[in-house]
Ligand binder design. Structure first.
Ligand code: NAP
Ligand code: ZN
Length: 352
């Protein structure tokens, strides 16, 4: 099936309309009409080849929500008309120790197959993502959406920003009695604030943008710190159980390590183009502190996060765009000028 999409043919080329093909659904496949797709900073990193290995044409998009339009003969948990989501993965080896624990995101067999830029038998030989009218995905990698249909556009970012923050918050036991920092109040960070608050923690938002102070409180932060203000930072020295760092650019981590309690953890989820300067060992050894990382989340945990958010009424704060506004959206995302996630209205692809 030939459909419309938006993609780039080179790292320095703008995103433009392209026609792509989707396979006919196989016995275990779900075919989805895409209704909305979130715009993640990873889309920008990859389409501009800021990380190694981008394959062109590149059609980004891994915060996909839509409606099932057809299912294969052996699909048991989805039917035509269902509202569903697809996140950052569309396949994995299904047999390694990580896949056995539903941690497909850490698949050590073939590695997980990304929703775009991953290996594929379908043309053009790599996967093409959600800046497109439809997608065909193996049933195992499709999620049920249980929010109200009217909230669907604001659910899209949960498929990456939501799970990428939920998974480490759960892994490091964030909850009542814990003091938690969220660094960078962008797409991931604003979900981190909402989720850490919903999990019952005392939440401190760290931002480089003083004008986001009130907005961060409105998201559920108990306190807000402008991270470039040394006095505001010093007031929190040695007090955090856990800090989640979502910043998309290289920066000095030492000031955040200094805010951890003994045995505290600074977890990185931001993956900047250029590495952070090496942290100072002294700051880690005095206090047995850890710097860790976390990558999205497994399929079972993604469903758990979606259901948790549906139950608590949690969605993303979004600004809807037309697909032909995507380059402008990227420029604004680079300036931190979005509250807090752009979401593409996929019906605008019809005019592309
Ligand atoms: P985003 O919406 O652009 O948010 C990043 C935030 O970082 C900005 O809003 C800004 O918040 C802060 N920031 C501070 N200095 C910055 C600078 N010089 N340049 C850019 N941002 C700066 O990005 P996102 O979509 O949340 O993604 C954040 C990072 O996580 C990206 O690197 C992305 O690739 C990565 N990511 C990782 C995973 C994973 O599984 N680990 C999954 C998805 C995305 P303030 O204005 O509040 O300072
Ligand atoms: Zn993402």
């Amino acid at each position: 099936m030939s459909i419309k999409a938006y993609g780039a043919t080179a790292a320095d080329a703008p995103l433009l309309p392209i026609d792509i093909t989707r396979r006919e659904p196989g016995p275990h496949d779900v075919q989805i009409d895409i209704l909305y797709c979130g715009v993640c900073h990873s889309d920008l990193h990859q389409v501009r080849s800021e990380w190694a290995g981008t394959l062109y044409p590149c059609v980004p998009g891994h915060e996909i929500v839509g409606r099932v339009s057809a299912v294969g003969a052996h699909v048991s948990s989805f039917s035509s008309g269902d509202l569903v989501g697809v996140g950052c993965m569309v396949d994995s080896c299904q047999s390694c120790p990580s896949c056995d624990e539903s941690l497909e995101n850490y698949c050590t067999g073939s590695g997980f197959v990304g929703t775009y830029n991953g290996p594929s038998d379908d043309a053009p030989g790599h996967t093409l993502g959600g800046y497109s009218q439809s997608i065909v995905v193996s049933e195992k990698f499709v999620l049920h959406i249980r929010h109200d249909e009217k909230d669907l556009a604001a659910v899209a970012p949960l498929l990456c920003a939501g799970i990428t923050t939920y998974s480490p918050l759960k892994h490091w036991n964030v909850g009542p009695g814990k003091k938690v920092g969220i660094v960078g109040i962008g797409g991931l960070g604003h979900m981190g604030v909402k989720l850490a608050h919903a999990l019952g923690a005392h939440v401190v938002a760290f931002t480089t943008s003083p004008d986001k102070k009130q907005a961060a409180l409105d998201l559920g932060a108990d306190e807000v710190v402008v991270s470039r203000n040394d006095d505001e930072m010093a007031a929190h020295a040695g007090s955090f159980d856990f800090i989640l760092n979502t910043v998309a650019a290289s920066h000095n981590l030492d000031p955040f390590v200094g805010l951890l309690k003994r045995d505290g953890t600074l977890c990185l989820v931001g993956v900047p183009e250029h590495p952070h300067p090496s942290p100072t060992a002294f700051n880690l050894v005095f206090g047995r502190k850890a710097i860790a990382g976390s990558l999205i989340g497994g399929i079972a945990e993604t469903q758990e996060m979606l259901d948790f958010c549906a139950e608590k009424g949690i969605t993303s704060d979004i600004e809807m765009i037309r697909i032909d506004e995507i380059e402008d959206a990227y420029a604004r995302m680079l300036k931190g000028d979005v509250k807090y996630r752009f979401v593409i209205d996929s019906k605008t692809l019809a005019d592309a």
